[in-house]
Design a binder for this molecule. Structure first.
Ligand code: NAP
Ligand code: G4F
Length: 340
């Protein structure tokens, strides 16, 4: 009997939100999972601590030091691990920060992707490759956005991701690589970084309710986003690499809320009735007659993406993907994790 070659995944960005969910999914599917972590002066593995296997006994989950800006290390790891699939989730992923660290963002997100693609092309063109693209690439193009919508990036982050997107397509067309772009709309979870707006709102409201914090300062309350759950979205990443042909897919819920809607939904679940007063920079939310949410203009971006709402029809039809979570179950889970 011919034994099926074990699936071996190499994940760049394993310590991030999506990396932690993707690792769990692939381990459940029987993969051997190798994750790349960056060297940092304090521990950066808290999201994957519960699946960590001691290096001396590890059988299925392995961590390696590396960095997407270091081509030699990518070359070394791909040679050593001989993966069947590579997921590139590594990025400077904060849109606002990309205005301050534009050069670094381009080097990590765009050049980093190119370095992985070059290594795949040169070492083993049969490796299947997933590139973490984003709805930010649509930027100023009006919703609903799908695979045919024009790109109009509005930040160094979005430009860097668009560059990675086209590099992935170019390597697919030029060298026949099985390389896919997922164009994922915002997805959140209890593992979401604390400076992204959903986690910032939920943690802030809970802290205020528990009297650990007095106020929450935010930026644009009227930006509209299509928020899903990371667990659903990493499933789509995996599905993209299991098809006959490599293609690009939009992954989204198709439902849009403003940042203010997200605040109101979360506050209601936390039984914190809010009253909104004032306008523009003076707009405030009151709880028990005290102002608890205020606007700080430092959280406004030099250029904003006002409205994102995806149409994932292609993924639903071809990948048979559909999200399990709703905005309500997403917020419930984030609140529950925060209150533990
Ligand atoms: P995240 O939590 O910020 O995780 C990013 C990961 O990349 C972390 O593991 C980080 O390591 C790692 N990383 C950063 N720079 C690196 C470098 N130079 N070399 C190697 N690793 C590096 O982001 P996420 O929310 O999981 O998102 C995963 C990917 O999907 C990102 O590429 C993001 O841009 C993209 N994306 C996210 C969303 C979303 O809504 N979450 C939507 C569309 C696309 P440290 O832990 O050491 O910082
Ligand atoms: O939570 P955010 O920082 O996410 P953003 O900018 O949409 O980017 C996230 O989703 C992208 C997919 O579309 C990913 F590619 C990217 O890596 C990241 O995961 O901000 C959401 C909205 C923005 O319009 C922002 O201006 O919330 C608005 N906002 C209002 N006040 C705020 C704040 N955002 C943050 N981070 N902090 C605030 O205080």
């Amino acid at each position: 009997m011919k034994l099926k070659k074990k699936n071996i995944a190499l994940i760049y960005g394993v310590t991030g939100q999506d990396g932690s969910y993707l690792s769990r999914l692939l381990l459940q599917k029987g993969y051997q999972v190798h994750g790349v972590k960056r060297r940092s002066s304090s521990l950066n593995t808290k999201r994957i601590d519960d699946i960590y296997e001691d290096v001396h006994e590890a059988k299925n989950f392995f961590l390696h030091y590396g960095d997407v800006t270091d081509g030699q290390s990518i070359n070394y790891l791909v040679n050593k691990i001989n993966p069947t699939e590579i997921y590139n989730l590594a990025a400077q992923s904060h849109v606002a920060v990309s205005f301050d660290l534009s050069e670094y963002t381009m080097m990590t997100n765009a050049l980093g992707t190119l370095k992985i693609l070059e290594v795949i092309k040169n070492i083993n063109p049969n490796i299947r490759f997933y590139q973490a693209g984003t709805s930010e690439m649509f930027g100023a193009s009006p919703p609903p956005q799908d695979e045919k919508t024009s790109f109009y990036p509005r930040s160094p982050y979005a430009v860097s991701k668009l560059s990675a997107h086209w590099l992935t397509i170019n390597f697919r067309e030029s060298y026949g690589l099985y390389a896919c772009n997922g164009i994922l709309f915002n997805h959140e979870s209890p593992q979401r970084g604390e400076t992204f707006v959903t986690q910032k709102i939920i943690k802030g409201l809970i802290n205020i309710k528990n009297k650990k914090q007095k106020k929450l300062y935010l930026g644009n309350l009227y930006a509209k986003r299509d928020w899903g759950h990371a667990k659903d979205y990493v499933h789509a990443m995996w599905l993209m690499l299991q098809q006959k042909k490599p293609k690009d897919y939009v992954i989204a819920t198709g439902i849009q809320y403003t940042v203010k809607d997200f605040i109101n939904l979360s506050a209601k679940k936390l039984k914190m009735p809010l009253t909104w007063k004032g306008q523009k920079l003076k707009e405030k939310a009151y709880y028990l007659n005290k102002p608890i949410i205020e606007i700080d203009s430092k959280y406004f971006r030099p250029s904003e993406v006002e409205s994102l709402k995806g149409n994932a029809k292609k993924a639903k039809k071809e990948l048979r993907w559909k999200p399990e979570y709703t905005i309500n179950t997403l917020i419930d889970e984030m609140i529950a994790a925060c209150s533990e």
